[in-house]
Each structure stands twice: as structure tokens, then as C-alpha cells.
Design a binder for this molecule. Structure first.
Ligand SMILES: Cc1cc2nc3c(=O)[nH]c(=O)nc-3n(C[C@H](O)[C@H](O)[C@H](O)COP(=O)(O)OP(=O)(O)OC[C@H]3O[C@@H](n4cnc5c(N)ncnc54)[C@H](O)[C@@H]3O)c2cc1C
Length: 437
């Protein structure tokens, strides 16, 4: 039995793991030079660092299991972190006490906001929220003013033109997640693998290779081949290759472009799912900017979504004393800034960084990297469950497992592990293979 997996991100790796463990002959095709997709890393002073900032929440047990299986659990830590919000000045917004001190809204509004956090953490049934936008739901919960002052700038900074369409389910899930990953002092606790998640991915890749998974890097799949409504193989620059099963783990857009035989109604449904791109500027500094790990930007004129000071979560000594900061920006891939170089991005960001961190100088920056990816965040709109693509496509033996299927939760490494495993299990079922316990 032969299976092709298109995309060597965590979903593809996880599916390859599940299938190869049961003796299926797997080829994993990845268009980039390394595995890992959005969770791929580069090296700073020889130490792996994610291109885009990454951490885990306490509910992310499937990814923690992978780290454990790779023999790296002793390097994995739950760390206290903090969040702040920039709106003309920096407000710390990590704990309930911080919220009480948040003077941008009235005391009564703060209490309502606190109740929203508490309610979100305990709300189990999200179905009644499906029909509401985040805007509608939040205004009902916290009032117009708090929405305008706190939420609107954040939602606009992340989703831009889509801001008013974002589902209440998406924002509820974010609130729930952040509320549940807390320590005794109510500070947020996030998980990180000391030395980088890339270590777990490298060990996983080695394990897959040991098991005989064929990994084809720098090999974009150009076409999924099919005959009589059934997938028969894939085409790459090296030619056509026959497979019994084909699993695509890329964004739906990519599936549509490489599988022209998919029927029109399915194409129309998948075509409605939009994704934002992200451009991330990573700076190596000779000093820290602040004590905040995660700074949300609540000023619409500022051209970025958040500033993440990685070395306020991990110790800078791990990176030879360097201070590492990500400046993240979600945007449409057609926006000019998506194509800007690291230097051009810094030019654009500099006056804003100097406003947030008075005294900030370009000379503090010792190294700069720019990372970008076209498909980084599916846009979760109202009634998304009606768009949600099932794992099985209308072409028999052609499957889809991707971030756009993670719902009501938001995409993340953990759900990539789960979704790859579940897709692998469905394929095993189709092949009549009962997994050995
Ligand atoms: C800015 C940012 C911050 C994030 N922060 C976190 C975080 O803190 N915690 C967390 O858990 N998650 C985080 N994530 C999300 C996490 O990285 C993703 O959910 C996860 O890595 C998705 O894995 P995937 O395999 O589903 O998709 P991807 O990683 O997108 O993998 C798809 C792969 O398919 C390949 N591909 C595309 N087309 C083809 C083709 N034609 N042929 C072959 N290969 C192809 C791509 O190159 C890619 O490697 C973040 C993501 C971003 C962008």
C-alpha cells in the first residue's frame, strides 16, 4: 500500500507517522528545503529558533506527547509569561489585578470585561455563538465602548478588512484558551522546548526516515492524478508516480490548484475559505526592549499586530546573550509590505518602535531576519461549520487535512499533530488496516 502526503508541515509529519507505523509505504513531499512548514526554524548562534514565534498552551497535550516520544521532555518547560496592551502607553494585562488597573475603560466596564473572561472559560457549548460575529457578541457582552477601545483595534490589527466578519466562536476560543493556561498567581503559563521546537521536529524527521518514509524536499507536487473519480498518484518535476492514497495537508487553495478534477460545487465551497498571510521581522538586539513577553498593539496606525519578546520567556543566555524579538504582522499577501525586505520593514517600523520604546535606536539591532508565509491563518467567519471541509474529498482516496479544518479551536502545532493522526487513521480504515495497539 502506497500513500503520498503533500506538505511536510506538522500535519504531514503526523500523518506520515501514523501510516508508516502500520507498514504503509509513505512518501512525504515538501516544496521547501526543510520539513516543519510554519513551525520550521533557523539558527541563532547555533541554537534553533522558530521563524514565527511559537509556544504551547497547557491544553496542547498531543504536541507535548510528541516531544516526550522524541526523548526531549526534560528540556520542556512551562514558563510564566505576561501580556501587555499598547494603546498610547503600555498597559500590563496579564492577571485579573492588571485588568482592575486598566484605566482606559470605566470601573464598571472592567468588571464586565472580567466577567467575559470568566464566562468564556466555562462556556462549553459554542454552537449558539456560530451565528454571531465577534463584534456582535462582544458588544453584547462588554458594551460598545469596551469593544471600541479594547477589541476593535486588536481584531482589526489581526484581520484587517475581514475584522467585521470574524466569528464570535474564534474570539471565544482565544479567550477560553488564554484563560485556561494559567498558574497559581493567575499569570499565563506557556510551554516551550528549551533550545527550540525544531529539535523535536528534527528527531521526528529522523524517526520517520528510520521507518522508511521517503522524504522528498524541494519537491512541490504539481498535480494530483486521478482517473474515474479516484486518486491514482501525484506529479512532480521528476514525473508521475502512482499511489493508492493521496493526502494533501496544504491550504485548500493549493489543493484546488493541484487537483483540477475536483467537482465544481466542492471547489466553490473550498474557494470561500480565505487565509491571511504573515510577515514576521525577527530582530537580534543587544538589550531587552521591555519586560513583556507579548505586546498586543491597539493603535490602528501602527503597521504591526504584535511584538513578542521571545527572550522574556526563554533566557537570553541560551542564545549567547542575544535578545530576540519578533514583530508580527498579519496581512493580505497582496499588500506591498508582504514583499518588503527585513531592512525595509525595519525602516517602516522604526518610528513606531521609537514611540513604544522611547530611546530605541537602530544601532541596538545586531541582526535581522524576515520570514513570510502566504497561508498562515484561516479566516473563521460566521457559521463556519457550514464551510468546514471534511477530510474526505469527492475524489475517492484523495484526502485533505489542514488548518482550515481546525474548528472551533484555532490552528496550532497541537491540532496539526491531531489532524494528521486522524487523517492517517481514516486512510488506514480505508485500506482495511486495523492499527496495532
Ligand atoms: C505567526 C505564527 C505564529 C504561530 N504561533 C503558534 C504558536 O505559538 N503555537 C502553536 O502551536 N502554533 C502556532 N502557529 C501555528 C502553527 O505553526 C501551525 O498551526 C502548524 O505549524 C500548521 O502545520 P500544518 O502542517 O497544518 O501546515 P503548514 O505548516 O502550513 O504545512 C504545510 C506544508 O505544505 C507545504 N506545501 C505547500 N504546497 C505544497 C506543494 N504543492 N507540494 C508540496 N508541499 C507543499 C508547505 O511548504 C508547508 O511546509 C503559528 C503560526 C504562525 C504563522
Amino acid at each position: 500500500m502506497r500513500a503520498a502526503i503533500v506538505g511536510g508541515g506538522i500535519t504531514g509529519m503526523s500523518a506520515a507517522d501514523t501510516l508508516s507505523a502500520q507498514g504503509v509505504e509513505v512518501t512525504l513531499y515538501e516544496s521547501e528545503a526543510t520539513l516543519g512548514g510554519l513551525a520550521a526554524s533557523f539558527r541563532v548562534d547555533g541554537v534553533l529558533l522558530e521563524r514565527f514565534y511559537h509556544h504551547l498552551f497547557t491544553s496542547d497535550t498531543a504536541m507535548v506527547d510528541v516531544i516526550e516520544r522524541m526523548g526531549l521532555i526534560d528540556r520542556f518547560e512551562w514558563l510564566p509569561t505576561n501580556n501587555s496592551y499598547y494603546a498610547g502607553r503600555t498597559y500590563r494585562l496579564s492577571t485579573p489585578i492588571d485588568l482592575l488597573r486598566f484605566t482606559r475603560i470605566s470601573f464598571f466596564e472592567r468588571i464586565r470585561l472580567g466577567i467575559l473572561y470568566l464566562r468564556s472559560a466555562s462556556l462549553g457549548d459554542w454552537q449558539p455563538l456560530e451565528n454571531l460575529t465577534a463584534r456582535e457578541w462582544l458588544i453584547r457582552q462588554v458594551g460598545e465602548n469596551t469593544y471600541r477601545v479594547v477589541w476593535e483595534p486588536l481584531i482589526r490589527a489581526k484581520f484587517g478588512a475581514y475584522a467585521d466578519q470574524i466569528s464570535a466562536v474564534w474570539i471565544w476560543n482565544k479567550l477560553k484558551l488564554r484563560g485556561s493556561s494559567r498558574g497559581k498567581g493567575q499569570e499565563e503559563r506557556l510551554g516551550y522546548l528549551r533550545g527550540g521546537f525544531g529539535q523535536a521536529l528534527e528527531a521526528w524527521e529522523a524517526e520517520l526516515r528510520r521507518r522508511g518514509v521517503r522524504i522528498e524536499l524541494n519537491t512541490p507536487v504539481e498535480r494530483v492524478l486521478s482517473a474515474d473519480g479516484q486518486a491514482t498518484g501525484v506529479r512532480t518535476a521528476a514525473g508521475d508516480e502512482a499511489y493508492d492514497q493521496v493526502l494533501v495537508t496544504t491550504a485548500p487553495d493549493v489543493l484546488l490548484s493541484i487537483a483540477p478534477d475536483l467537482p465544481a460545487d466542492y471547489r466553490a465551497r473550498l474557494g470561500q475559505i480565505d487565509y491571511l498571510a504573515n510577515v514576521c521581522l525577527t530582530m537580534q538586539l543587544d538589550r531587552k526592549l521591555s519586560d513583556t513577553y507579548w505586546l498586543n498593539i491597539g493603535v490602528q496606525e501602527m503597521p504591526f499586530t504584535g511584538i513578542i519578546e521571545h527572550t522574556n520567556m526563554q533566557r537570553s543566555e541560551i542564545y549567547g546573550g542575544a535578545h530576540l524579538v519578533y514583530i508580527s504582522r498579519y496581512l493580505a499577501h497582496t499588500e506591498p509590505s508582504y514583499a518588503k525586505s527585513a531592512e525595509e520593514l525595519l525602516d517602516e517600523y522604526l518610528p513606531h518602535l521609537q514611540t513604544i520604546y522611547p530611546g530605541f535606536e537602530r544601532s541596538w539591532v545586531k541582526n535581522l531576519w524576515d520570514w513570510r508565509a502566504r497561508y498562515t491563518q484561516p479566516v473563521i467567519v460566521r457559521n463556519y461549520s457550514q464551510l468546514l471541509p471534511p477530510p474526505e474529498t469527492p475524489v475517492r482516496n484523495l484526502w485533505l487535512a489542514c488548518m482550515a479544518q481546525i474548528y472551533p479551536q484555532d490552528r496550532g502545532m497541537n491540532y496539526a499533530v491531531v489532524s494528521g493522526r486522524e487523517a492517517g487513521e481514516r486512510i488506514l480504515e480505508r485500506l482495511g488496516i486495523t492499527p496495532a495497539p
